[in-house]
Design a protein around this ligand. Structure first.
Ligand code: ZN
Length: 277
């Protein structure tokens, strides 16, 4: 057998393995099972001796909204991750769950704060908005909304080396990332996109959501202007809590399996960079 033939056979074995992993995943996924997802997070918290704090109690139609927090080494960088603020964007929710389930054992970095499912009603009903029909990701300047008030209270005085909010976009054709950074501080967007594009290519449009993009990255060292009222989660994170505020997006028309893997890869990259600090 020639070495070309061996390589070809190896590639086709890899392709078959990956196809069967995808088939198993797609036959068993829990993309819109909000109760199952919250239960999994509580089990992870218990297993790791971490804390689960309820921010908004369960309703008849949706489970509670909670935050997972793990105490880390105070002299190492701390992280903030979140997902599921838009309920019709499940890949970030599943990617974050898989990441935590496999990566938080023997944790050596700083504190971990994770809001794993900010809009459980939306996830359950496959809706962008919450139960009141509001886009939560334009409510982070609210002083009245019970979830946002609890979110602010929980985060009071907490500082993170990085925050990552996970999203999806139905009309994107590749992954992309908003990065609100501070000059002289670590950056993650470009290399994070390179890591995710192992699974899904980066969006190559020169303009994304009305903003100039460079191979999927939209980076700026101050709060960008928004065309509509309200503040997304990434804004108060940048102003009050994080050295750099990232929003990572996958294209919703790709396979759910690939989208989940892309979110997981992006998070793995961010943490690998922090480990090297
Ligand atoms: Zn979104």
């Amino acid at each position: 057998m020639t070495s070309d033939q061996q390589m070809h056979d190896q590639q086709s074995i890899e392709a078959q393995r990956s196809a069967s992993s995808e088939a198993i995943f797609m036959a068993n996924h829990h993309a819109h099972e909000a109760d199952y997802i919250v239960k999994r997070w509580k089990a992870i918290a218990e297993r790791l001796n971490a804390t689960w704090t309820t921010l908004v109690p369960a309703t008849l139609d949706a489970p509670e909204i909670g935050v997972f927090s793990l105490k880390g080494n105070p002299s190492r960088p701390s992280i903030y991750f979140s997902a599921g603020v838009h309920g019709d964007e499940p890949a970030g929710v599943l990617g974050l769950l898989d990441w935590a389930d496999s990566q938080l054992n023997s944790w050596t970095l700083g504190d971990v704060v994770i809001f794993p499912l900010l809009n459980p009603w939306g996830l359950k009903n496959n809706r962008r908005v919450d139960e009141q029909g509001q886009d939560l990701n334009r409510m982070f300047d609210s002083t009245m909304h019970p979830l946002i008030t609890a979110w602010k209270k929980f985060l009071d005085k907490r500082q993170f080396a990085v925050s990552v909010c996970l999203h999806e976009d139905y009309d994107a054709r590749g992954c992309y990332c908003y990065e609100i950074y501070r000059s002289g501080k670590a950056r993650f967007g470009r290399d994070g996109l390179d890591a995710a594009c192992d699974v899904i290519p980066v969006e190559d449009s020169k303009e994304i959501e009305g903003r100039e993009a460079n191979r999927g990255l939209m980076d700026i060292d101050e709060l960008p202007d928004l065309d509509e009222p309200g503040a997304p989660e990434a804004f108060p994170l940048y102003v009050n809590h994080a050295e750099v505020s990232l929003t990572f997006e996958t294209p919703s028309e790709y396979s759910l399996y690939s989208r989940v893997r892309a979110h997981e890869k992006f998070l793995c990259h961010v943490v690998a960079r922090l480990r090297g600090r």
